[in-house]
Design a protein around this ligand. Sequence first.
Ligand SMILES: [Fe+2]
Ligand SMILES: [Fe+2]
Length: 282
Amino acid sequence: MDADKLVEELAASFMQTVAVLGKVVISLERWHEGSHSSFVAQKSGAAARLIGLGAADVIEIETAGRLHDIGKIGLPDSICAKAPSDMSLEEFRVYSAHPENGRLILSPHQHFDSVGQIIAQHHEKYDGTGFPDKLRGEQIHIGAALIAVADFYHNGMHRKYPGRTTQTFIPGTGENYIRATEPRFANVMNALHNRSKRWFSPQAVDAFTSVIEAERRSLGIRTVMRVGVNQLKPGMFFADDYYASYGLLLVARGEPVNEESLPRLMHLAEIGELPQKILVMR
Ligand SMILES: [Fe+2]
Ligand SMILES: [Fe+2]
């Protein structure tokens, strides 16, 4: 067998190993109906690509995304079914071993070295309050930071914890995403953005947001946001009617934002005829 062929076969064999392990992880996903690991893999990979990471890094991050919860093998159902905030101290101690367990499970295979490192860090938090090592900021691998964001989003959108309702799950305060066609999406995005720089790397939150927004746009779904008048951009649409103090309609709901009208709108905001922040759809 020539060398090129051997390299090709080894690469294929590695990907098949990932696929086998991926099936094992899916069998652990009773609480997500089997969609969680592929969502986290896809979105963290897409966000990594958007940030400009190279192909090898992207594959590593996607792989870590697919396998991030492999360390949950052996956890009792009674723990898997709960949100960490509902666990007893003892349950949390058992649960919080899963990132390091994941690394250990993969450690006999040398090509899973960096994937294992990323998995070991997927519950670290940007402000150093995560586990197991209380890493902070840039100490956390960007792949682990991206997986943490995709994981949070997917849990918020899909996980049905027994006894919990969507209203009590996320206390969003509406900084950025104030309304949307789907309240749950708005709540989860609010909660995500509110935790940027605390739990999550701001770079990871921004990259993930761009990936999700691009997908929503391609599906024809618009998001309503409150933005500063100086952040208006062509491609956005006004999401509300805005009147001058003397009753003149300045902009109408549904009207596109265009380049030429921006200086006028900035001026109107400066003199107080338009609020500093207004509702737009994008
Ligand atoms: Fe996890
Ligand atoms: Fe997860």
